[in-house]
Design a protein around this ligand. Structure first.
Ligand code: PEP
Length: 255
């Protein structure tokens, strides 16, 4: 049985001092977690986060990386720069980046491959907008995002990838997909990966749900057959709430 991977996405929140305070509060609360815990923090908090979590069960991720190793890309950060800091994970293709910063399936693919080449584990975000869901295009959009966004990612590389299914209409809105909506979309995504990489690789792939997951709804979502964890925005900024999500599966504390 898989454990769950619970990742916080702090987005553009927390100065270095605030990040240190949040982590110091969080670490003891999740020290005995049965699930994998990741915090994806702003670039300016990465150094402190890596130092503070050293020797603990909490892993550190960034929220983006470029696809080139170096060069004239003002404002960008190379995967090797993250790796050297001790960062293990990196969020790629979050819907906020797709919406506000021109991220496409092509740039998602390029960033994912560069992250993998540097030894980082990408958390690749996919998901449909409300308009796409309401017009019956959810499956078409997810199919395109998986087909284009993983075009020449190999089966071996896929083993180091986490996928986050994040319906855009549920992110930061307080509207959560129902347990069944999230599970059936993730089942569909898993089938796409099974068609491309085979059933064993697709079953082994961690696919998280993200979108207004919180301490009240996490247990139901994480109990679903295909939901392998959560990518959590707002609720990851409050140590007690994030810790409650981490501990909400398995609900009886046993595996
Ligand atoms: C996210 O940022 O990936 C996210 C799911 O945000 P929220 O939990 O706030 O909806």
């Amino acid at each position: 049985m898989k454990n769950k991977i619970i990742a916080g996405n702090w987005k553009m929140n927390k100065t270095r001092a605030e990040a240190e305070a949040l982590l110091k509060e969080l670490l003891p609360l999740v020290a005995d977690a049965a699930n994998t815990v990741i915090v994806c923090v702003p670039y300016t908090d990465l150094y402190s986060a890596v130092e503070l979590t050293r020797g603990t069960n909490v892993h550190v991720g960034a929220q983006n990386c470029h696809w080139k190793e170096s060069g004239a890309f003002t404002g960008e950060i190379a995967p090797s720069m993250l790796k050297e800091l001790g960062v293990e994970y990196v969020v790629i293709g979050h819907s906020e980046r797709r919406t506000y910063f021109g991220e496409t399936d092509g740039t998602v693919l390029a960033r994912t491959k560069a992250a993998l080449a540097a030894g980082l584990k990408p958390i690749v975000c996919i998901g449909e907008t409300l308009a796409e869901r309401q017009s019956g295009r959810m499956e078409e959009v997810l199919t395109r995002q998986v087909t284009e966004g993983f075009k020449d990612v190999t089966a071996e590389q896929l083993a180091d990838v986490i996928v986050a299914y994040e319906p855009v209409w549920a992110i930061g809105t307080g509207v959560t997909a129902t347990d069944e909506q999230a599970n059936s979309a993730i089942k569909f995504v898993r089938k796409l990966f099974a068609d491309k990489y085979g059933k064993a690789a697709a079953d082994a792939l961690y696919i998280q749900y993200g979108g207004s997951m919180n301490d009240a709804n996490a247990a139901g979502l994480l109990a679903m057959s295909d939901i392998d964890g959560g990518l959590i925005g707002g609720a990851s900024l409050v140590a007690a709430k994030f810790a409650a999500i981490v501990h909400s599966y398995p609900s009886d504390g046993k595996r």
